[in-house]
Design a protein around this ligand. Structure first.
Ligand code: DC
Length: 208
């Protein structure tokens, strides 16, 4: 069984994907970490995020076993990932790896931006998580403040809006719900309620 979970930055899709995978006994891949790893490695080599050939060469070296590096989760790396994610050759280099992961038994949950549309168009269940931008910004702001980061709500909202715009307007595999995706708006749901709703949607879809 393959479950695709897509959605914008700070929508909570990563947490939801991990919990859904645990519930159904499936493997889980946060595909954003692949793009984050490309950005991290390009910058570590002193390269430019706009250099298509270099970013693609780096993308071909990404090892999914090395995605636990906590620095990948830093906000600046997410921003840089969104820049390299516009490069088609980078997307192509990461495609087989994601599809191989999806093919494992008994199945997998992948979360990202283009899982339902491009990576796994035949996924058994596709969920597109939405939440209003100010709600996502508020959640991210609280999380960063608790970690002691010097952030303002307006600053976080601005970064989220710019990332949404960049991820949904790129030419190759823009962020959008697949035609057969189920939309789940979590603007008024906490993580428990979002998890219950997602499990309910999945069970209905697979006829359990
Ligand atoms: O989900 P995230 O914030 O970790 O993703 C970081 C960036 O990676 C995101 O802004 C765009 C890119 N990305 C993508 O283009 N396609 C995916 N399937 C996942 C992430």
């Amino acid at each position: 069984m393959i479950i695709a979970i897509d959605g914008p930055a700070a929508s909570g899709k990563g947490t939801l994907a991990r919990r859904v995978a645990g519930h159904f006994g499936l493997a889980c891949l946060d595909t954003g970490l692949l793009y984050r790893a490309v950005a991290r490695d390009v910058l570590a080599r002193g390269g430019s995020l706009e250099d298509e050939a270099e970013a693609a060469a780096v993308a071909r070296t990404i090892d999914p076993a090395t995605l636990s590096d906590p620095s990948l989760r830093l906000p600046g790396v997410g921003e840089a990932a969104s820049v390299v994610a516009r490069i088609s050759a980078v997307r192509a280099a990461l495609l087989d790896l994601q599809r191989d992961f999806a093919r494992q038994e008994p199945g997998a949950v992948l979360d990202g931006r283009d899982i339902g549309t491009v990576v796994c168009p035949n996924a058994d269940v596709k969920i597109f998580i939405t939440a209003e931008a100010p709600v996502r910004a508020r959640r991210r702001y609280e999380e960063l403040r608790q970690r002691g980061e010097p952030v303002t709500f307006e600053g976080v909202l601005d970064v989220i809006l710019r990332r949404d715009e960049r991820d949904s307007s790129r030419a190759d595999a823009p962020m959008r719900p697949a035609d057969d995706a189920i939309l789940l708006d979590t603007s008024n749901l906490d993580i428990e309620a979002a998890f219950d709703a997602a499990v309910g949607l999945i069970k209905r879809k697979i006829g359990q």
